[in-house]
Design a protein around this ligand. Sequence first.
Ligand code: AMP
Length: 221
Amino acid sequence: MRLVLLGPPGVGKGTQGRRLAAEKGWALISTGEMLRDAASKGSPMGLEARRQMDAGLLVADDVMIGLVRERTSQPDACSGFVLDGFPRTVPQADALDAMLDERGMRLDAVLYLTAPEEELVTRLTGRLECPVCKRAYHRVNAPSRDGVHCDDHVSAALIERADDVEDTARKRLEVFRMQTSPLAEYYRRTGRLVEVPGVGSVDAVYGRMRQVLDARQPTIG
Ligand code: AMP
């Protein structure tokens, strides 16, 4: 199954996508993570991307489309993939349809996770991440056992993403509203969008996603 998780920053795409991909044996393709990886390795593309990310802005469509074209053709993505953070613009969505079409494939569903904006700001500005497994924590609402290290990697100190500071988080939400939210209509028109409330516990949101997917799976094999 090939799936897009659409939704604003902080809504839980990464957390839910990771769990779903692991359970189903699909590849999790997180474009934000790919860019942070490239930036930490110091490649010219990565360093340019970091400038955009730190300002809360989007990286150029052609760069993103190239990355996703290559990543989705790798062997681990053959049996299915979950896209977290791509597409974020209409040209990216067009390119995704075209690249799948070239390969005789199609996108099976787009799950649109939603939550109120003030809740997203609270989630983003309290978010901490394990540098090893990328598991997300929250300083107040979901701290790790000792509040400092990952529960699963006890020597890994949790880190805060540079773009989770409040000003940048708000900028990212504005960019989502302006550039990415039109994709909901784009996918609704073609019958691929399913809206899933992203509020409540991680388990509750995951349960809603599974219900949607289980209902669709018989028709898409
Ligand atoms: P994320 O980890 O999904 O929150 O993404 C972090 C940042 O990476 C975004 O704020 C953008 O600067 C950049 N980014 C990730 N995915 C894309 C994309 N599909 N198009 C443009 N920029 C992206």
